[in-house]
Design a protein around this ligand. Structure first.
Ligand SMILES: Cc1ncc(COP(=O)(O)O)c(C=O)c1O
Length: 408
């Protein structure tokens, strides 16, 4: 067997003889066959097509894929069907989430799009969702861009909002950007037979495995903690194999595949995920504690399950804090090794209608911080100086002053 061919030991169904801890799976899942192949690093297959003199065998593989969406046995025929490096990432993520399968996409939004298309194609166009969600997820549902219709409700209203054509219930926990949490088990009960999708991007499988609590579908913007270094855009859905087959068929037809280099980087990121999450969460908890005691802060949001995200509402102008940071990176996104801060009302949730945003608890004074791996004392120094910053604080670069006037 050559380095790039398929092997049962990186199929999602492969289970090690002895159950392994999450930290071990993070390093080895999807890579169990490497030593037998004489390899240490994951092989990166950049092929877009797979030559074969046997067109009959290719036709059979295409027919099999069209029937079930199962990963083709043997070479993928064409890269939009499958890719061996991406398959390794999918196997690893499925094992971390405790699901049969996982299907990777070009971004978190491409992943959500595929889930909605699968359900809509079955005539189940209605979605029940709980706010807040990430701004673009909210927008995709509210605008009905895919021909879906949404009913927004709170957790208590889920059961009543479900209709015969409801194809999905969607929650985010902890939610972007307020870090509000839901009891996944209680929500799953309220869903009855309707699949519950949990966007678990902020928790990662290190802090929460939604399928163990009754969710059927777990979505990640892998752009965030799974990649972990701010250099990969990706999404992934962890679910049972039957739903995964449908997702692969939609991915093949609509083209939102993940580039294999991104899959390679994601596998590298997964190896350190538990260590990164533990370190960043410890700093985030400490910063949340200090912010709670700070008279310049009106309210701190920090999840009960922990994690590396902290949101807080300031009495002063949040734009001054964004303009005032020097060590902390003033940027949207999250889950990188460096600490990022952004103003949701201006950026991540700008696209959500102002009234909907505010009634979901996204105050105009809210700042969302993704805590990275810097020393916590350095982070606190930068944050506390930025919180004291007035428009006159000397800027490190002229550009900072310009960007501040631009956002006002
Ligand atoms: C919770 C959550 N879900 C989904 C997405 C969308 O992911 P992507 O940007 O990878 O498309 C994001 C992006 O910020 C997010 O924060």
């Amino acid at each position: 067997m050559d380095a790039l061919s398929y092997d049962a030991s990186h199929d999602a169904s492969f289970a090690p003889a002895t159950p392994r801890a999450l930290a071990t799976e993070a390093v080895h899942a999807g890579r169990d066959d490497l030593a037998a192949l004489g390899l240490h690093a994951v092989p990166l297959d950049l092929s877009t097509t797979y030559p074969s003199h046997d067109a009959r065998a290719e036709a059979e593989r295409i027919d099999a894929f069209a029937t079930t969406g199962a990963r083709p046995e043997g070479p993928p025929v064409y890269a939009r069907l499958d890719n061996p490096t991406t398959a390794r990432f999918e196997t690893a993520l499925a094992r971390l989430e405790g699901t049969e399968s996982a299907v990777a996409f070009a971004s978190g939004m491409a992943a959500l799009t595929a889930v909605l298309l699968v359900r809509a194609s079955m005539g189940l166009r209605h979605v029940v969702a709980v706010r807040p969600l990430y701004g673009c997820s909210d927008h995709l549902l509210t605008a009905g861009l895919l021909g879906t219709e949404v009913t927004w409700t709170d957790v208590a209203g889920i059961a009543d909002a479900i209709r015969p054509d409801t194809g999905l219930v969607m929650v985010e926990t902890p939610a972007n950007p307020t870090l509000a949490e839901v009891d996944i088990r209680a929500v799953a009960r309220a869903c009855g037979s309707v699949p519950l999708l949990v966007d678990s991007t902020f928790a990662t499988p290190v802090l929460q495995r939604p399928v163990e609590h009754g969710a059927r579908i777990v979505l990640h913007s892998a752009t965030k903690y799974l990649g972990g270094h701010g250099d990969v855009l990706a999404g992934v859905v962890a679910c049972d194999e039957e739903f995964a087959g449908k997702l692969r068929q939609v991915r093949f037809a609509t083209g939102g595949v993940l580039h294999p280099l991104a899959s390679y980087l994601l596998l590298r990121g997964l190896s350190t995920l538990p260590v990164r999450m533990r370190a960043a969460s410890a700093s985030a908890a400490e910063l949340a504690r200090r912010l709670s005691a700070d008279p310049r802060i009106a309210r701190v949001h920090y999840p009960e399950i922990g994690g590396a995200m902290v949101s807080f509402e300031v009495y002063g102008d949040p734009h001054d804090v964004i303009a005032g940071v020097r060590l902390i990176t003033p940027a949207v996104s999250l889950g990188s090794v460096d600490t990022l801060i952004q103003h949701p009302a201006s950026i991540s949730h700008r696209i959500v209608d102002e009234d909907d945003r505010r009634s979901a608890g996204v105050s105009d004074r809210l700042l969302r911080m993704s805590v990275g791996l810097e020393d916590v004392e350095d982070l606190w120094r930068d944050l506390t100086e930025a919180l004291s910053a007035r428009p006159g604080r000397p800027a490190a670069e002229g550009a900072v002053r310009e960007s501040r006037s631009a956002v006002r």
